[in-house]
Ligand binder design. Structure first.
Ligand code: HEM
Length: 500
């Protein structure tokens, strides 16, 4: 009866319940099996799928999903999986999560993306065992790739070498936005596409060492740059259907699967176009200093297939992510003019360090994280919060809801960049939060390899924006959605770009 009530009860009633996360002592004899973990009512044969179908209380609510699960079931939640979609355990307790990961294998497995892994192995790679990239590979193959790329991409010193060219790209972007304003100082073009072009240009100069000219005012709609942006969006959308929702493609060839393969092929073809063009340009370039070499150039010296595979990763993972975070921060600054003014004052000082700018980016990633949850697959059995989690279980650490918890970040829904810079005696001090409750770039050895690039890109574009524009926002806050674990801010983008 209890379970049936849960199934039919209204969202409002469920939302009133609140659990506070605490790590329980795990007495071995009290450990319950995985099946006993709370979760939406599971019916024979169809499992929990009804909740996700039209009319179900979890249907089409990707952004609220974590919050709903946590509020209704507590710090550990079970989703059974169905129709090719594997079971998942959500953990909304940072201490429990950290304890689990401390015991995990040193080579973390990040699951998901099965359809593209299958495509790459069976239709694209010459040999089934060839690397398929940092995002998709696991185990020793991933480790080898990652250890080659880490020194090139994670050193702040190396990434800072790109500061001037990033500033050049950001200046062009600001001029482009100025030229696209209408009489109300609003941008009629799709602002997210515009930011994607900027992000592709920025990641291109670092990854490929070449200007891709995405910000060329005469760039046609069928240019490879615009096609690549569309292809990356399509890729995330189709992977959401194939790999993050119940789907039959693992059993029969479905129309969505066939469409997916076309998108994957188009995406790789466009990436290759840019990578080949950059390699050709390199051939005609004179020998450069090591410090002036692009990531592609440095990786080509190690191994061509590594260079191509990793450049491909950067072009896929480095565009929507930086563009979405920039869009989120632009909105938060527009909606909080006092914070925007404070930031403008800091930028006007023209000093090397900009602590308030960095704090604004951190706060934007807390309120609008691009990646909503950290995904891993267990490599062994674990006892967590009183339940036994089997080996090979998919785990999501609910980063998005953890960093909105009052007990971690006071006034959690407010944009308060100050929390990242205040003294530790201040109740807002970020250090009072559990370190695992804020992980926008993931965690451990598998965390985001593009972090330093993303930070430099966003710092550069936002400082240019507030220097040039007084950003305003008209109307209610923007809506969001999620494709394939990536959160997107939806149109309309009601910004007003007044001159400062
Ligand atoms: C604000 C922007 C960004 C955010 C919030 C972000 C976030 C993330 C997250 C959460 C992960 C998963 C980490 C984990 O599983 O522990 C990840 C992985 C990754 N990101 Fe980013 N990312 C951003 C920008 C970028 C950029 C600009 C690039 C490329 C230049 C990039 C390349 C990658 C790659 C290649 C991986 C896979 C790493 C691996 O598994 O070894 N990301 N990112």
């Amino acid at each position: 009866m209890y379970k049936l009530t849960r199934f039919f009860v209204s969202k409002e009633v469920l939302n009133k319940q609140k659990y506070f996360s605490t790590v329980v002592k795990e007495a071995k004899d009290q450990i319950k099996p995985w099946r006993k973990i709370p979760g939406p009512l599971s019916l024979p044969i169809i499992g929990q799928i009804l909740h996700f179908l039209p009319g179900g209380w979890l249907h089409d609510r990707p952004i609220e999903l974590q919050e709903l699960l946590y509020k209704n079931y507590g710090p550990i939640v079970r989703l059974d999986g169905n129709l090719g979609f594997p079971p998942i355990t959500f953990i909304f307790d940072p201490e429990a999560a950290i304890r689990l990961f401390r015991k995990e294998d040193p080579l973390p497995v990040r699951p998901g993306f099965d359809s593209i892994v299958y495509y790459r192995r069976h239709f694209y790679n010459k040999h089934e065992d060839d690397p398929i990239g940092l995002i998709l590979d696991q185990g020793e193959v991933w480790k080898k790739l990652r250890s080659l790329v880490n020194p090139v991409m994670l050193q702040t010193k190396t990434i800072k070498l790109y500061a001037n060219v990033m500033a050049e790209v950001a200046d062009e972007m600001v001029e482009r936005l100025k030229s696209k304003r209408n009489t109300q100082n609003m941008i009629e073009a799709n602002l997210f596409t515009e930011l994607n072009l900027w992000a592709l240009e920025s990641v291109g100069v670092v990854a490929l060492g070449d200007r891709l000219n995405c910000l060329d005012p005469n760039l046609p709609d069928d240019s490879p740059a615009k096609k690549l942006i569309v292809a990356v969006h399509n890729l995330f959308k189709i992977m959401e259907k194939l790999d993050f929702q119940p789907s039959l493609w693992k059993y029969v060839t479905t129309p969505t699967y066939t469409k997916g393969n076309k998108i994957y092929s188009e995406n790789l073809r466009l990436n290759e176009f840019f990578i080949d063009r950059a390699i050709e340009t390199l051939k005609s370039k004179e020998e450069t200093n090591d410090k002036d070499k692009s990531i592609l150039e440095k990786l080509l010296e190690i191994d061509r297939s590594v260079a191509v595979t990793v450049s491909n990763d950067l072009l896929v993972a480095g565009v929507d992510t930086s563009a979405s975070t920039t869009l989120a921060l632009m909105y938060l600054l527009a909606a909080n003019p006092d914070k925007q003014n404070k930031l403008r004052e800091e930028i006007a000082l023209n000093e090397e360090k900009n602590p308030y700018l960095k704090a604004c980016i951190k706060e934007a990633l807390r309120l609008y994280p691009v990646v909503g949850g950290n995904f891993r697959q267990t490599t062994k059995e674990h006892d967590v919060l009183g339940y036994r989690i089997p080996k090979n279980m998919n785990i999501i650490i609910g980063n998005q809801s953890l960093c909105l918890m009052e007990e971690q970040f006071p006034k959690p829904k407010e944009f308060i960049p100050e929390r990242w810079i205040v003294d530790k005696n201040d109740p807002l001090y970020y250090g009072n939060a559990h370190p695992f409750s804020y992980t926008p770039f993931g965690f451990g050895v598998r965390s985001c390899i593009g972090r330093r690039i993303a930070e430099l890109e966003i710092e550069t574009i936002i400082s240019k924006m507030v220097k040039n524009f007084k950003l305003d926002w008209i109307g209610p806050p923007p809506k969001r959605t999620r494709y394939c674990a990536i959160n997107y801010i939806l149109e309309p983008y009601n910004f007003v770009f007044n001159d400062v």
